[in-house]
Design a binder for this molecule. Structure first.
Ligand code: PMP
Length: 360
């Protein structure tokens, strides 16, 4: 068996020990005589998996009491609507910071549910930098302020937490949750699709401060009502059980790696290798302001786009896949989530050097 270095933005590479464990337990989980896929979500076996997954997430992210952890479906695009449906009703208005395609999408969706305002935007600079806090125009009467902590397509990431005063901060952390320590108490709500750093697609994690619950618009479907899901421990409808199980295995693996601080250091080391090389080369280019560069998604462009195809083909031949940039921006993108080993990044840089010598 040969495993590739998979630079996909998501669904993304998972830790090999997790996949091995899942394979080992596929037919018979812990002597239950069942696959996790076959278990009732209310049975004692799955309930124990569920409880341990939530407890490990709480431990790793140091989630304070007073926050609910919800296991939902619908993905982060679903949350773009579910967040305003649940929160905007408090005042009817919400602020959005636009730092790339994903936050822009969130903003557009929110407009369907109330008055969504742009508090800050980097669109004029083609999303190459995160707007400085001093440039933000925050509405003190907003129900929340929304950010995307890491723009998966553009490659800009918040390396600071905006100060929104008494207005709750909401963050789409789909592509950087579990990549570094965070202070959850600075957020009113955090949401993330699982398929980058946490597990397979189909599972969305929502971490929400309990005092924000109970303002859902009357049109909110009950399955997407945070209060209903919170009161029912995410079992109002059937949760994505197998995805939760895999997430539990991933969290256990992250814990074994030493927790968030160790994982963050590993991620910083990987990103440094790639950015240092990009900065040393005139053949490749990354346009993001240095202080705002993502340590998860590294977009880069070759000097001549006519070489893109040859670059991708050569990468594929060396067992490196999914390096093509998002169709909206072109170029290349290396997604280097937690589960990408440092050897993958080293192999990529080695290949990039060779390609540059050949074609530069
Ligand atoms: N937000 C961000 C930051 C993302 O990276 C993605 C997926 N790439 C989404 C939202 C959309 O997620 P989903 O497809 O799970 O709805």
């Amino acid at each position: 068996m040969t495993r590739v270095f998979n630079f996909s933005p998501g669904p993304a590479t998972l830790p090999e020990p997790v996949l091995r464990k899942a394979a080992e337990e596929m037919l018979d989980w812990h002597g239950s005589g069942m696959s996790v896929m076959e278990m009732s979500h209310r049975g004692k076996e799955f309930m124990s998996i569920f409880a341990e997954t939530e407890a490990t997430l709480r431990e790793l992210l140091a989630i304070p009491s007073g926050y609910k952890v919800l296991f939902m479906q619908g993905g982060a695009i679903g949350e773009n609507a579910i967040v305003p449906m649940n929160l905007i009703g408090a005042t009817g208005r919400a602020d959005y910071a636009l730092t790339g395609d994903w936050s822009k999408k969130s903003y557009k969706e929110a407009k369907n549910f109330g008055q969504a305002n742009v508090a800050a935007t980097a669109e004029g600079a083609k999303f190459t930098a995160i707007p400085k806090q001093s440039e933000w125009k925050l509405d003190p009467g907003a129900a929340y302020v929304h950010i995307c902590s890491n723009e998966t397509i553009g490659g800009a990431q918040f390396h600071w937490t905006p100060d929104t005063g008494k207005v709750p901060l909401v963050a789409d952390m789909s592509s950087d949750i579990l990549s570094r320590p965070i202070d959850v108490s600075k957020y009113g709500l955090i949401y993330a699709g699982a398929q980058k750093n946490m597990g397979p697609s189909g599972l969305t994690v929502v971490i929400v401060r309990e005092d924000l619950l109970g303002h859902a618009l009357p049109i909110t479907p009950s399955a997407f009502n945070y209060k209903v899901q919170g009161d029912n421990d995410s079992m109002y409808n059937t949760p994505p059980t197998y995805a939760i199980y895999i997430m539990g295995l991933v969290l256990h693996h992250v814990k074994q790696m030493g927790g968030m601080k160790a994982v963050h250091e590993h991620n910083l080391a990987k990103a440094r290798i790639l950015y240092d090389f990009l900065d040393s080369s005139s053949f490749y280019r990354n346009p993001i302001a240095k202080e705002d560069r993502s340590i998860m998604n590294v977009p880069f462009w070759l000097k001549d786009a006519a070489l893109d195809e040859a670059f991708l083909k050569g990468a594929q031949q060396r067992g490196m896949i999914q390096l093509k940039g998002h169709r909206s921006v072109g170029g290349m993108r290396a997604s280097i989530y937690n589960a990408m080993p440092i050897e993958g990044v080293q192999a990529l840089v080695k290949y990039m050097k060779e390609f540059e010598i050949q074609h530069g």
